[in-house]
Design a protein around this ligand. Structure first.
Ligand SMILES: Nc1ncnc2c1ncn2[C@@H]1O[C@H](COP(=O)(O)OP(=O)(O)OP(=O)(O)O)[C@@H](O)[C@H]1O
Ligand SMILES: [Mg+2]
Length: 249
């Protein structure tokens, strides 16, 4: 339990989820989630389909409201904070359904994502380097991009400003293998810049390559936390925690 009288310090987690319960309609979806995301590196949130991974991220950003428990972001209690304020305080969220504006151009999508002011030119160059198609299609409507390019735009929207934490829900979902490796490479680049990332990923090869720590959910709770390398090296453990829902590795 954290000491509220103390300021957030470098050793505190960037995100702390304390005993969070979230209901959707009459369903008890999260049933006491406890999760710490350290500063720097990639924290993986894993688990079978429908166990509450997306609901956990959505509870943090305030799309769903935790009805019990507490969420601290960089030492500040954000449990009741409006979503826009949470985003402005430095939390970049890339939703599972991508959350881009199909009728707007790539440029307009990026301008809207830069919530604290005009786009920084050097940072935009870095984003273009990570995702070259966004430069090519800068003036095109986002709705005309391919699935992989839409996913790039979705992640680029989070990357266009420095965030204290990036929460990314299944960045490789539905992408062709060639695009998956481009995506993994770009995310690794973001990680290597010192970013703190909380990521849901069903592709175990990608999870293994990017993750530092792993957290496995089942039935609305965390059932295992540890080093990603430990989980990656133990197939019996993977089978027990996640069954066959993970993709082949
Ligand atoms: N809008 C909603 N209305 C009703 N039930 C919902 C809604 N959204 C999610 N659920 C239910 O909440 C549970 C957890 O869903 P969630 O999307 O968090 O799972 P997940 O772990 O992200 O799964 P996946 O791996 O399939 O993305 C599921 O049983 C789902 O059916
Ligand atoms: Mg999900």
């Amino acid at each position: 339990m954290s000491d509220l009288t103390r300021d957030a310090s470098a050793s505190d987690p960037i995100l702390r989820i304390e005993e969070v319960y979230t209901n959707i309609a009459q369903y008890h979806i999260l049933r006491g989630v406890n999760l710490d995301v350290p500063r720097g590196g990639v924290t993986m949130l894993l688990g079978r389909n429908g166990v509450g991974k997306t609901t956990t991220l959505r509870s943090v950003i305030g799309h769903w409201r935790a009805h019990k428990g507490r969420i601290l972001f960089d030492g500040e209690d954000i449990t009741e904070m409006p979503t826009a304020s949470i985003a402005r305080s430095g939390l970049g969220f890339v939703p599972e359904d991508m959350g881009i504006f199909a009728d707007l151009t790539v440029e307009e999508n990026m301008v809207l994502a830069a919530v604290s002011g005009p786009i920084d030119a050097a940072r935009l160059d870095w984003v273009f380097e990570a995702f070259p198609p966004l430069k090519t299609f800068w003036k095109s409507e986002a709705g005309n991009l391919s699935g992989g390019q839409k996913q790039m735009l979705s992640i680029a929207r989070a990357m266009i400003e420095e965030r204290k934490l990036y929460m990314i829900d299944e960045p490789t979902k539905g992408l062709a293998p060639a695009i998956i490796s481009t995506m993994a490479h770009s995310l690794k680049d973001l990680k290597n810049q010192g970013a703190s990332i909380l990521m849901v990923e069903q592709n175990f090869a990608v999870a293994k390559a990017l993750g530092d720590t792993a957290n496995v959910m089942d039935n609305g709770r965390l059932i295992w936390s540890g080093e990603m390398a430990e989980l990656a090296s133990d197939e019996a453990l993977q089978e027990r925690l996640m069954g066959l829902s993970m993709e082949a590795h």
